[in-house]
Design a protein around this ligand. Structure first.
Ligand SMILES: C[S@@+](CC[C@H](N)C(=O)[O-])C[C@H]1O[C@@H](n2cnc3c(N)ncnc32)[C@H](O)[C@@H]1O
Length: 289
Protein backbone atom coordinates (compact mmCIF):
# COMPACT_ATOMS: atom_id res chain seq x y z
CA UNK A 1 0.00 0.00 0.00
CA UNK A 2 1.01 3.61 -0.41
CA UNK A 3 3.40 4.95 2.10
CA UNK A 4 5.03 8.04 3.47
CA UNK A 5 8.83 8.17 3.62
CA UNK A 6 10.53 9.09 6.87
CA UNK A 7 10.33 12.82 6.08
CA UNK A 8 6.64 12.35 5.26
CA UNK A 9 6.94 12.65 1.47
CA UNK A 10 3.78 11.32 -0.17
CA UNK A 11 4.25 8.22 -2.34
CA UNK A 12 1.21 6.49 -3.84
CA UNK A 13 2.81 3.04 -4.26
CA UNK A 14 3.96 0.50 -1.68
CA UNK A 15 7.48 -0.79 -1.08
CA UNK A 16 6.77 -4.36 0.06
CA UNK A 17 8.00 -7.63 -1.48
CA UNK A 18 5.10 -7.85 -3.93
CA UNK A 19 5.87 -4.33 -5.19
CA UNK A 20 9.58 -5.19 -5.51
CA UNK A 21 8.66 -8.20 -7.66
CA UNK A 22 6.26 -6.07 -9.70
CA UNK A 23 8.95 -3.43 -10.38
CA UNK A 24 11.42 -6.07 -11.55
CA UNK A 25 8.88 -7.74 -13.87
CA UNK A 26 7.73 -4.32 -15.08
CA UNK A 27 11.29 -3.55 -16.14
CA UNK A 28 11.13 -6.40 -18.70
CA UNK A 29 7.78 -5.17 -20.02
CA UNK A 30 8.87 -1.53 -20.36
CA UNK A 31 11.99 -2.64 -22.15
CA UNK A 32 9.98 -4.80 -24.53
CA UNK A 33 7.52 -1.99 -25.28
CA UNK A 34 10.38 0.38 -26.12
CA UNK A 35 12.22 -1.94 -28.49
CA UNK A 36 14.48 -3.75 -25.99
CA UNK A 37 16.82 -0.76 -25.70
CA UNK A 38 17.82 0.63 -22.31
CA UNK A 39 18.91 3.90 -23.91
CA UNK A 40 17.27 6.03 -26.57
CA UNK A 41 19.08 5.67 -29.94
CA UNK A 42 20.14 9.36 -29.83
CA UNK A 43 22.50 8.58 -26.92
CA UNK A 44 25.94 7.41 -28.11
CA UNK A 45 26.31 4.26 -26.00
CA UNK A 46 30.08 3.96 -26.49
CA UNK A 47 30.43 7.28 -24.60
CA UNK A 48 28.42 6.18 -21.58
CA UNK A 49 30.32 4.69 -18.66
CA UNK A 50 29.34 6.74 -15.60
CA UNK A 51 25.60 6.47 -14.92
CA UNK A 52 23.33 7.65 -12.10
CA UNK A 53 19.78 6.31 -11.73
CA UNK A 54 17.43 8.51 -9.67
CA UNK A 55 14.46 6.92 -7.88
CA UNK A 56 16.20 3.63 -8.60
CA UNK A 57 13.80 1.42 -6.58
CA UNK A 58 15.34 -2.07 -6.69
CA UNK A 59 18.18 -0.89 -8.98
CA UNK A 60 16.94 -3.16 -11.76
CA UNK A 61 17.64 -0.71 -14.60
CA UNK A 62 21.28 -0.21 -13.54
CA UNK A 63 21.71 -3.95 -12.98
CA UNK A 64 20.48 -4.68 -16.49
CA UNK A 65 22.70 -1.91 -17.89
CA UNK A 66 25.78 -3.48 -16.24
CA UNK A 67 24.83 -7.01 -17.31
CA UNK A 68 24.49 -5.99 -20.95
CA UNK A 69 27.69 -3.91 -21.03
CA UNK A 70 30.70 -5.46 -22.81
CA UNK A 71 33.11 -4.23 -20.14
CA UNK A 72 31.15 -3.85 -16.87
CA UNK A 73 34.24 -3.37 -14.70
CA UNK A 74 34.91 -0.06 -16.51
CA UNK A 75 31.59 1.39 -15.31
CA UNK A 76 30.83 3.87 -12.52
CA UNK A 77 27.20 3.18 -11.55
CA UNK A 78 25.20 4.76 -8.73
CA UNK A 79 21.53 4.41 -7.79
CA UNK A 80 19.74 6.93 -5.57
CA UNK A 81 16.34 6.62 -3.92
CA UNK A 82 14.47 8.45 -1.19
CA UNK A 83 13.90 5.09 0.51
CA UNK A 84 16.23 2.09 0.89
CA UNK A 85 13.23 -0.26 1.40
CA UNK A 86 13.68 -1.97 -1.98
CA UNK A 87 17.49 -1.96 -2.07
CA UNK A 88 19.18 -5.37 -1.88
CA UNK A 89 20.93 -6.22 1.39
CA UNK A 90 24.12 -4.22 1.91
CA UNK A 91 22.89 -1.37 -0.31
CA UNK A 92 24.81 -2.55 -3.36
CA UNK A 93 24.32 -4.82 -6.35
CA UNK A 94 27.18 -6.99 -7.54
CA UNK A 95 27.13 -7.96 -11.20
CA UNK A 96 29.55 -9.96 -13.41
CA UNK A 97 33.27 -9.14 -13.21
CA UNK A 98 32.67 -8.00 -9.63
CA UNK A 99 31.18 -4.68 -10.79
CA UNK A 100 29.55 -3.00 -7.81
CA UNK A 101 26.55 -0.74 -8.16
CA UNK A 102 26.39 1.58 -5.15
CA UNK A 103 22.96 2.53 -3.83
CA UNK A 104 22.38 5.62 -1.67
CA UNK A 105 19.41 7.19 0.03
CA UNK A 106 18.79 10.62 -1.49
CA UNK A 107 15.70 12.72 -2.16
CA UNK A 108 15.72 13.80 -5.82
CA UNK A 109 14.33 17.15 -4.71
CA UNK A 110 17.54 17.92 -2.81
CA UNK A 111 20.94 18.88 -4.31
CA UNK A 112 23.36 15.94 -4.51
CA UNK A 113 26.64 15.74 -2.55
CA UNK A 114 29.61 17.48 -4.20
CA UNK A 115 31.36 14.20 -5.11
CA UNK A 116 28.53 13.42 -7.57
CA UNK A 117 28.28 16.78 -9.32
CA UNK A 118 29.45 16.86 -12.96
CA UNK A 119 30.38 13.16 -12.71
CA UNK A 120 27.94 11.28 -14.95
CA UNK A 121 27.69 10.66 -18.71
CA UNK A 122 24.06 9.69 -18.27
CA UNK A 123 21.42 10.34 -15.63
CA UNK A 124 18.46 7.99 -15.91
CA UNK A 125 15.09 8.56 -14.24
CA UNK A 126 12.09 6.24 -14.55
CA UNK A 127 8.66 6.35 -12.94
CA UNK A 128 8.90 9.03 -10.29
CA UNK A 129 5.32 10.25 -10.90
CA UNK A 130 3.82 8.51 -7.86
CA UNK A 131 5.84 10.83 -5.61
CA UNK A 132 6.06 14.16 -7.49
CA UNK A 133 3.98 17.32 -7.32
CA UNK A 134 3.65 19.50 -10.43
CA UNK A 135 6.32 21.99 -9.32
CA UNK A 136 8.72 19.19 -8.31
CA UNK A 137 9.58 18.25 -11.91
CA UNK A 138 11.63 21.45 -12.38
CA UNK A 139 13.57 20.82 -9.17
CA UNK A 140 14.27 17.14 -9.93
CA UNK A 141 15.51 18.10 -13.39
CA UNK A 142 17.77 20.90 -12.10
CA UNK A 143 19.37 18.56 -9.54
CA UNK A 144 19.71 15.81 -12.16
CA UNK A 145 21.35 18.22 -14.61
CA UNK A 146 23.95 19.16 -12.00
CA UNK A 147 25.04 15.51 -11.86
CA UNK A 148 25.94 15.50 -15.55
CA UNK A 149 29.28 16.13 -17.20
CA UNK A 150 29.08 19.25 -19.44
CA UNK A 151 27.90 17.17 -22.42
CA UNK A 152 26.21 14.35 -20.49
CA UNK A 153 22.75 12.96 -21.32
CA UNK A 154 19.53 12.78 -19.39
CA UNK A 155 16.85 10.16 -20.08
CA UNK A 156 13.55 10.37 -18.17
CA UNK A 157 10.78 7.79 -18.67
CA UNK A 158 7.22 7.95 -17.38
CA UNK A 159 4.03 5.98 -17.90
CA UNK A 160 0.92 8.03 -18.58
CA UNK A 161 -1.65 6.67 -16.11
CA UNK A 162 -4.25 8.98 -17.63
CA UNK A 163 -4.28 7.07 -20.91
CA UNK A 164 -4.84 3.47 -19.75
CA UNK A 165 -7.49 2.01 -22.03
CA UNK A 166 -8.07 -0.78 -24.53
CA UNK A 167 -8.86 -0.74 -28.23
CA UNK A 168 -12.40 -1.97 -27.41
CA UNK A 169 -15.43 0.31 -27.90
CA UNK A 170 -17.36 1.52 -26.06
CA UNK A 171 -14.94 1.83 -23.13
CA UNK A 172 -15.53 -0.67 -20.34
CA UNK A 173 -16.86 1.33 -17.33
CA UNK A 174 -14.46 -0.58 -15.02
CA UNK A 175 -11.52 0.90 -16.91
CA UNK A 176 -12.92 4.43 -16.71
CA UNK A 177 -13.46 3.95 -12.98
CA UNK A 178 -9.92 2.67 -12.28
CA UNK A 179 -8.25 5.35 -14.40
CA UNK A 180 -10.28 8.21 -12.90
CA UNK A 181 -9.77 6.90 -9.37
CA UNK A 182 -5.99 7.08 -9.76
CA UNK A 183 -6.09 10.53 -11.41
CA UNK A 184 -8.46 11.95 -8.78
CA UNK A 185 -6.41 10.54 -5.88
CA UNK A 186 -3.17 11.91 -7.29
CA UNK A 187 -4.71 15.35 -7.77
CA UNK A 188 -6.18 15.24 -4.25
CA UNK A 189 -2.70 14.48 -2.89
CA UNK A 190 -1.29 17.30 -5.04
CA UNK A 191 0.66 14.75 -7.11
CA UNK A 192 0.82 15.27 -10.87
CA UNK A 193 -0.52 12.41 -13.03
CA UNK A 194 0.28 13.96 -16.43
CA UNK A 195 3.98 13.11 -16.37
CA UNK A 196 5.25 12.44 -19.94
CA UNK A 197 4.31 15.81 -21.49
CA UNK A 198 5.53 17.63 -18.38
CA UNK A 199 8.89 15.85 -18.44
CA UNK A 200 9.36 16.64 -22.14
CA UNK A 201 8.50 20.32 -21.63
CA UNK A 202 10.84 20.60 -18.62
CA UNK A 203 13.74 19.11 -20.60
CA UNK A 204 12.98 21.21 -23.67
CA UNK A 205 13.07 24.42 -21.65
CA UNK A 206 15.62 23.33 -19.03
CA UNK A 207 18.95 24.02 -20.73
CA UNK A 208 19.30 20.84 -22.78
CA UNK A 209 20.27 20.30 -26.42
CA UNK A 210 19.38 17.41 -28.75
CA UNK A 211 16.02 16.95 -27.09
CA UNK A 212 13.98 13.95 -28.23
CA UNK A 213 10.68 12.42 -27.21
CA UNK A 214 9.20 9.01 -27.99
CA UNK A 215 5.85 7.57 -26.99
CA UNK A 216 5.64 3.79 -26.99
CA UNK A 217 2.44 1.76 -26.85
CA UNK A 218 1.53 -1.91 -27.06
CA UNK A 219 -0.46 -1.35 -30.26
CA UNK A 220 1.07 -3.16 -33.23
CA UNK A 221 3.39 -5.24 -31.00
CA UNK A 222 1.70 -8.63 -31.19
CA UNK A 223 4.27 -10.34 -29.00
CA UNK A 224 3.09 -8.12 -26.13
CA UNK A 225 -0.66 -8.67 -26.53
CA UNK A 226 -0.81 -11.47 -23.94
CA UNK A 227 1.40 -9.77 -21.37
CA UNK A 228 -0.03 -6.22 -21.66
CA UNK A 229 -3.20 -6.87 -19.59
CA UNK A 230 -1.10 -8.59 -16.92
CA UNK A 231 1.09 -5.51 -16.68
CA UNK A 232 -1.91 -3.17 -16.52
CA UNK A 233 -3.56 -5.27 -13.78
CA UNK A 234 -0.27 -5.16 -11.83
CA UNK A 235 -0.19 -1.37 -12.05
CA UNK A 236 -3.87 -1.11 -11.10
CA UNK A 237 -3.46 -3.47 -8.12
CA UNK A 238 -0.57 -1.26 -6.99
CA UNK A 239 -2.37 2.09 -7.43
CA UNK A 240 -6.16 1.74 -7.24
CA UNK A 241 -6.74 0.45 -3.67
CA UNK A 242 -4.65 3.21 -2.08
CA UNK A 243 -6.36 5.75 -4.36
CA UNK A 244 -9.80 4.54 -3.20
CA UNK A 245 -8.76 4.99 0.43
CA UNK A 246 -7.43 8.50 -0.31
CA UNK A 247 -10.75 9.43 -1.95
CA UNK A 248 -12.85 7.91 0.83
CA UNK A 249 -14.35 5.37 -1.59
CA UNK A 250 -13.38 2.54 0.75
CA UNK A 251 -13.17 2.50 4.52
CA UNK A 252 -10.16 0.18 4.71
CA UNK A 253 -7.31 -1.28 2.66
CA UNK A 254 -9.09 -4.66 2.63
CA UNK A 255 -12.34 -3.20 1.33
CA UNK A 256 -10.43 -1.22 -1.34
CA UNK A 257 -8.56 -4.33 -2.47
CA UNK A 258 -11.82 -6.26 -2.73
CA UNK A 259 -13.44 -3.53 -4.85
CA UNK A 260 -10.34 -3.30 -7.06
CA UNK A 261 -10.35 -7.07 -7.65
CA UNK A 262 -13.95 -6.80 -8.88
CA UNK A 263 -12.95 -4.12 -11.42
CA UNK A 264 -9.85 -6.06 -12.45
CA UNK A 265 -11.96 -9.19 -13.03
CA UNK A 266 -14.15 -7.21 -15.47
CA UNK A 267 -11.03 -5.79 -17.16
CA UNK A 268 -9.50 -9.27 -17.59
CA UNK A 269 -12.71 -10.61 -19.09
CA UNK A 270 -12.85 -7.61 -21.48
CA UNK A 271 -9.22 -8.22 -22.52
CA UNK A 272 -10.18 -11.61 -24.00
CA UNK A 273 -11.58 -9.53 -26.88
CA UNK A 274 -9.61 -6.27 -26.65
CA UNK A 275 -5.99 -5.15 -26.52
CA UNK A 276 -4.77 -3.31 -23.42
CA UNK A 277 -3.12 -0.05 -24.47
CA UNK A 278 -0.55 1.70 -22.34
CA UNK A 279 1.44 4.83 -23.08
CA UNK A 280 5.08 5.02 -22.05
CA UNK A 281 6.96 8.25 -22.71
CA UNK A 282 10.73 8.61 -22.99
CA UNK A 283 12.32 12.07 -23.11
CA UNK A 284 16.02 12.67 -23.69
CA UNK A 285 18.31 15.70 -23.70
CA UNK A 286 22.01 16.54 -23.67
CA UNK A 287 23.37 19.01 -21.16
CA UNK A 288 24.46 22.16 -22.94
CA UNK A 289 26.35 24.73 -20.87
C1 LIG B 1 7.70 3.20 -9.26
S1 LIG B 1 9.25 3.12 -8.49
C2 LIG B 1 10.33 3.02 -9.89
C3 LIG B 1 11.66 2.44 -9.56
C4 LIG B 1 12.64 2.36 -10.74
N1 LIG B 1 12.95 3.68 -11.25
C5 LIG B 1 12.11 1.48 -11.83
O1 LIG B 1 11.76 2.00 -12.90
O2 LIG B 1 12.03 0.27 -11.61
C6 LIG B 1 9.52 4.78 -7.95
C7 LIG B 1 10.71 4.96 -7.02
O3 LIG B 1 10.93 6.37 -6.83
C8 LIG B 1 11.27 6.57 -5.49
N2 LIG B 1 10.99 7.97 -5.14
C9 LIG B 1 9.81 8.57 -4.95
N3 LIG B 1 9.98 9.87 -4.67
C10 LIG B 1 11.32 10.10 -4.68
C11 LIG B 1 12.15 11.25 -4.47
N4 LIG B 1 11.63 12.44 -4.16
N5 LIG B 1 13.49 11.10 -4.56
C12 LIG B 1 14.04 9.90 -4.87
N6 LIG B 1 13.32 8.80 -5.06
C13 LIG B 1 11.98 8.88 -4.99
C14 LIG B 1 10.45 5.56 -4.73
O4 LIG B 1 10.96 5.32 -3.43
C15 LIG B 1 10.54 4.35 -5.65
O5 LIG B 1 11.62 3.54 -5.34
Amino acid sequence: MGSHASDDKIYLLGRDEAETERLNKQHRFLLAISGDELMHPSIPRDQISAVADLGTGTGIWLEDFAQKHPNPSSLDLHGFDISPAQFPTGHEIVVPEKTRIALSVHDALQPYPAEHLGRYDLVHIRLLTAGLKQGDYTVVLKNARDLLKPTGYLQWEEVDTTTFCTNGHPELPAITTMRNTVIDAMLKLNLWPFAPPTVYEEIRTGGFNNVHRETYTTEGKEHLYAIAPKWVTGVMRALVPQSMVVLGQAGSEEEAKGKTEGLIGEFEEHCRRALALASFGVSVGQRGD
